[in-house]
Design a binder for this molecule. Structure first.
Ligand SMILES: *[C@@H]1O[C@H](CO)[C@@H](O)[C@H](O)[C@H]1NC(C)=O
Ligand SMILES: *[C@@H]1O[C@H](CO)[C@@H](O)[C@H](O)[C@H]1NC(C)=O
Ligand SMILES: *[C@@H]1O[C@H](CO)[C@@H](O)[C@H](O)[C@H]1NC(C)=O
Length: 504
């Protein structure tokens, strides 16, 4: 069938032309699909509410490119300040679908979400919301079970990773292990660890170690979760460092493993993984402090056919294989464009692997068809963002993982390559020769992201893990002497807050 290949683009062009004058390629407002948690803002409270639109034509076929006109979204309603104040943001995914996200100030009543195309209401628009809609900045916790129901969260043990991580910790008596746990991990020079206690909706912590700045991420996470749901009383020790702490083998064989929560897991440790501080912050600060998040990264600026058929990589020198990647790129400039942006770990080799290049915006990575995920100190936390993009992801084999890796399959969601990079060029060749398969993998990866890594899922994972975890703690949850209280932050409330407002 090789002879056929050159003909294909010509045929496609003719079809394209035909469609552009064909009535059937007009958007059918009624048939167009609209879905997502942002359509139920009274039940699903997130920092930014979001929903999806997929344009459908008069023949009922989904668009595969952006439709000729933009959709219009309007949020109507009343608020304490008069009209409901909102901020709406569009993300065009370039495949006929877009993400609409919005925030509201304080609360709004009698909310109607209007979605229009060329003046006409789309799908079931207007979406009428019967209950008051609160901003995520309001202190308004729902019962946890109800919250999980509203958000369609799987229960803890239905999540493979949570079930796996907790299977070694069926019954945890912190009164019995606390002293030994601290003896083992209170090593201020090398370990940074915080003990968190959540009791009656209040958050307390005590940190150990020299570098504990990253506690701000867990503080913000627990505060955000506590604003929207009633948290179970619980305690846990969080590793703020990169490397998993609760190593298999050695001492743990006799003492039993210590339960440590970490942002990165590994095959040779018992650490219980949480979504990374990075993806969690971009969830909690969505449409706020962060510009790169799991929604904004889906903006498609470079359609597949204009992307350069090369692998692109930028990053710092945090692992030997990253240096080797630079060497490989020099040997195969037609396949790889890779450079280091910073030298820190291998400063004395800057002459060989430099010069370092300036940072470029993450969205610019997607000028290139192929993206590489190479471990840094631990797992590279860019992986979820790469999967959400419209480029094909190549992932280095690794013993490190984030909370969602267990649900991914090689060749379904990404293309794997060996840890020593020895088959990387071969895999790139494969992708170039199998363009359709490559595009299928990209589309599966994006589907995975939509079903597992959106803000709602990051909230769910925390809640499901904490809920399941709390049932395993057998010693009483107490605020220990020396613990510091993490004050709740909110701008309005619909419930009696856990402590008086003037404590703010
Ligand atoms: C928009 O609507 C007008 C009148 O309702 C119609 O004539 C026009 O073709 C529509 N445009 C598109 C792009 O659907
Ligand atoms: C937990 O450990 C403490 C100290 O060893 C012990 O006194 C207590 O009975 C244990 N609690 C449970 C529920 O096993
Ligand atoms: C590598 O990528 C950068 C950023 O897109 C580009 O400016 C540069 O020209 C590329 N290098 C080569 C050799 O293609």
């Amino acid at each position: 069938m090789l002879w056929f290949t050159p003909l294909l683009p010509i045929l496609l062009t003719i079809f394209d032309l035909a469609y552009s004058i064909d009535e059937s390629r007009l958007v059918d407002a009624e048939k167009t699909l609209v879905w997502g948690p942002g359509l139920k803002p009274d039940e699903v409270v997130l920092p930014a509410r979001y929903f999806f639109i997929h344009a459908v034509d008069k023949n009922g076929r989904k668009f595969e490119q952006s439709p000729p006109q933009e959709f219009q979204v309007l949020i109507k309603g009343n608020s304490p300040h008069g009209k409901c104040r909102s901020n709406v943001n569009f993300i065009d995914r370039g495949d006929g679908s877009s993400i609409i996200r919005y925030t509201i100030a304080d609360w709004c009543d009698q909310v109607e979400l209007e979605v229009r195309y060329n003046g006409s209401h789309v799908a079931h628009s207007p979406y009428v919301i019967y209950n008051k809609v609160y901003s995520e900045r309001c202190y308004c916790p729902q019962d946890l079970k109800l919250w999980m129901l509203h958000n369609n969260c799987p229960s803890g043990l239905n999540d493979k990773q949570i079930a796996w991580d907790l299977h070694s910790f069926k019954r945890v008596n912190f009164s019995a292990i606390r002293e030994n746990l601290l003896r083992r991990y209170n090593q201020p020079e090398s370990v940074s660890l915080c003990h968190y206690v959540v009791k009656q909706q209040q958050i307390w912590r005590q940190c150990y170690g020299k570098y504990t700045g990253f506690k701000m991420f867990m503080d913000a996470t627990l505060l955000a979760l506590g604003r929207v749901a009633l948290l179970p009383d619980m305690e846990f020790y969080l590793n703020l460092g990169d490397w998993p702490l609760s190593k298999k083998g050695g001492q743990q064989r006799t003492s039993g493993p210590y339960p440590i929560f970490s942002w990165c897991g590994s095959d040779d440790s018992y650490d219980i993984v949480l979504p990374t501080y990075d993806i969690t912050e971009s969830t909690v600060e969505n449409m706020g402090r962060v510009t790169l998040d799991m929604l904004s990264v889906q903006k498609s600026e470079y359609p597949w056919d204009i992307k350069e058929a090369k692998a692109f990589w930028r990053g710092r020198d945090s692992r030997r294989e990253r240096l080797e990647l630079i060497e490989l790129a020099r040997k195969h400039p037609n396949w790889l464009n890779a450079s280091l942006t910073n030298f820190f770990f291998f400063r004395n080799e800057e002459d060989k692997y430099g010069p370092k290049v300036p940072h470029i915006s993450f969205l610019e990575f997607f000028r290139y068809k192929y993206q590489l995920n190479v471990d840094g100190v631990v797992a590279a936390y860019r992986f979820p963002y790469l999967l959400a993009s419209d480029s094909l992801v190549f992932k280095q084999d690794s013993g490190f993982y984030e909370h969602f890796y267990g649900k991914l399959s090689p060749y379904k969601h990404y293309v794997p390559f060996k840890r020593d990079l020895s088959d990387l060029i071969e895999r790139l060749q494969w992708a170039k020769e199998n363009n359709d398969r490559a595009r299928e993998i990209v589309s599966e990866a994006r589907k995975f992201v939509e079903e597992n890594l959106m803000p709602q899922h990051i909230y769910c994972y925390h809640m499901a893990l904490f809920k399941e975890w709390s049932t395993r703690l057998v010693s009483p949850i107490t605020v220990l002497p020396g613990m510091e209280k993490v004050e709740q932050v909110y701008t309005c409330s619909c419930k009696e807050p856990p402590y008086p407002r003037d404590e703010l």
